[in-house]
Design a protein around this ligand. Structure first.
Ligand code: ZN
Length: 532
């Protein structure tokens, strides 16, 4: 279905926030979003906006082709573990499309989301705010109207905006459609509960819908030469792991069905529901192969999408960003389905690729090791569009890193000569609060997790260890050995920083509640959300 935007709803006027780059984000934000070396980006924006005097500013632009603002393609693949992709070193051939994209993109080694489940993580992406600010950490809340969304800023800035989503947590009723000219909720009809529906819409159907729009858009000759913003959300790698069997059998030829990837089969091994359990290794093996099959299948569909967009000429001038809203756990910490329960790197550290048209950058593809956050995505895309950031944004544009990918490939530290890069804060914060209340701070070396004492048990009565955990990521990347010690200086320093961050977050006063139908609640329940 199409949902039309509510223009201006909750929008902070971009002009009013001109040069009002949010100050003091974690006390370190520095100045303008455009780095010294990012002249081509500024150039494109100035020319597109008809800025006087842009000829001088753009004297270093080499490409004679007509300049206009870039199209923006933003793809979120749900539940996509970074370390299950070839471009991040996975041994299985799960991601040939994304591996290929990485050869033309900047690949972020340390990208982190702000929450470990779909709804709050996507709200953080689209509003560039932490969960403690947007407070959408339960299906009983929707995006506060006071927080402008990425699409609203782009729409107000002259972009055509279109979105395609395949799961209810991205639905208009949670506020996500604001700012989209067309917002396609590709959700299965109520009560369609056959296994093939997976309670969400398959990647091939999502791509079919996107390509129907793309074909029409291209056939219209790009109306008014207006740049477009295309957002596409795929849900397939989320449980149930129910891919086309041939995609899973590529990784485990002994598989005869997808039964071991269903929520029904895996639910008994969710520690948050049942306490500590012993997960059969054979089950983990089969579930992992099925999960990898979902990735392979989705990657193929993303390849079909890219191929057609390229044929239509819609990628020539496009910045392409691909990421995920969270990862997943397969027994690494004694549980299946860690997402929405834990804040380990398995669920917070996600893939992030950003491809910039060659005419817009002199920097080669490369890799960055700085810590970046999903709240940085919206500022980055607005910077490409030449649109000022809303004052409420808490993320920072990644242009300084994108322009210096070669420096990042060396060691990710102070190699650039750019103060924007050298002063990069290298911090990520995350928070969840629905089933268990946790917050985390990630630095290049450490992860600190705090679990609040809510009566010694989680919402389901399962005992929870509360207080702090500290992990040395360099020595213990699996986060298995808690080293928190109140007498230790690192423990003290990081716990002070995390507490200060929690205290320093403001929150809106009014958080509207969406109305879910009984069918929608049942659909959520079927894959492990609400009302277990
Ligand atoms: Zn998700």
């Amino acid at each position: 279905m199409n949902r039309h935007a509510r223009p201006g709803s909750g929008f902070v006027n971009a002009q009013a926030s001109r040069h009002a780059t949010p100050e003091g984000r974690r006390g370190r934000r520095g100045g303008e979003v455009t780095a010294r070396r990012a002249i081509p980006f500024a150039c494109v924006a100035l020319l597109a906006l008809g800025g006087l005097g842009s000829g001088f500013a753009c004297a270093r632009e080499r490409t004679p082709a007509p300049l206009r603002r870039p199209d923006l393609v933003f793809i979120s693949i749900d539940t996509l573990r970074r370390d299950h992709l070839g471009l991040y070193g996975y041994g299985r051939d799960t991601s040939p499309t994304l591996d290929s994209l990485a050869t033309q993109a900047v690949t972020f080694e340390n990208a982190f989301v702000q929450a470990s489940w779909t709804l709050p993580s996507h709200v953080s992406m689209m509003t560039s705010t932490y969960p403690l600010v947007h407070q959408v950490d339960t299906e009983r809340r929707s995006i506060p109207e006071t927080l402008p969304l990425l699409a609203e800023s782009l729409q107000a800035g002259g972009y055509r905006t279109v979105g395609f989503v395949s799961w209810i947590y991205l639905a208009a009723k949670f506020g996500f459609a604001r700012g989209f000219d067309r917002y396609h909720e590709l959700l299965p009809p109520p009560r369609l509960r056959d296994r093939s529906s997976k309670h969400s819409t398959r990647a091939h159907a999502v791509v079919d819908s996107v390509l129907a729009w793309a074909d029409a858009y291209a056939a219209d000759g790009r109306p008014d030469e207006t740049p477009f913003f295309l957002f596409v959300h795929f849900f397939d790698p989320h449980m149930d792991y129910d891919p086309p069997l041939e995609d899973a059998r590529r990784f485990d030829p002994t598989l005869e069905s997808t039964e071991d990837g269903t929520y029904r089969a895996l639910e008994p091994y969710i520690a948050g529901l049942h306490g500590t359990t012993t997960i059969p290794e054979s089950l983990i093996t089969r579930a992992t192969a099925l999960y990898d099959g979902e990735i392979r299948y989705t990657d193929r569909e993303v390849g079909r999408l890219f191929g057609r967009l390229r044929t239509l000429g819609l990628l020539e001038n496009a910045v392409v960003a691909v990421t995920s809203d969270h990862g997943e756990e397969f027994g690494e910490h004694g549980s299946m389905e860690g997402h929405q329960w834990t804040l380990y790197d398995d669920v917070l550290r996600v893939p992030l690729l950003i491809s910039v048209p060659p005419r817009m950058t002199e920097a080669p593809p490369g890799r960055r090791k700085e810590i970046v956050e999903s709240i940085d995505l919206a500022p980055t895309l607005l910077a490409f569009a030449g649109i000022d950031l809303p004052a409420s944004y808490q993320g920072r544009a990644l242009q300084p890193l994108l322009e210096d990918a070669a420096g990042g490939a060396r060691d990710g530290r102070a190699t650039s000569g750019s103060s924007d890069v050298d002063d990069w804060p290298n911090r990520s914060f995350a928070e969840i609060g629905r089933f268990v209340v946790r917050a985390s701070l990630r630095t290049p070396r450490h992860k600190l997790i705090h679990t609040r004492d809510t009566g010694g048990a989680n919402r389901f009565g399962v005992p929870v260890d509360t207080g702090f955990q500290l992990f040395d990521i360099r020595e213990d990347p699996g986060e298995l050995h808690d080293r928190f010690d109140p007498a230790d200086s690192t423990s003290q320093r990081l716990s002070v920083e995390l507490r200060a961050w929690i205290r320093g977050r403001g929150a809106p006063e009014v958080v509207p509640e969406p109305v879910l139908t009984p069918e929608e609640r049942e659909r959520l329940r079927s894959v492990g959300y609400i009302g277990r």
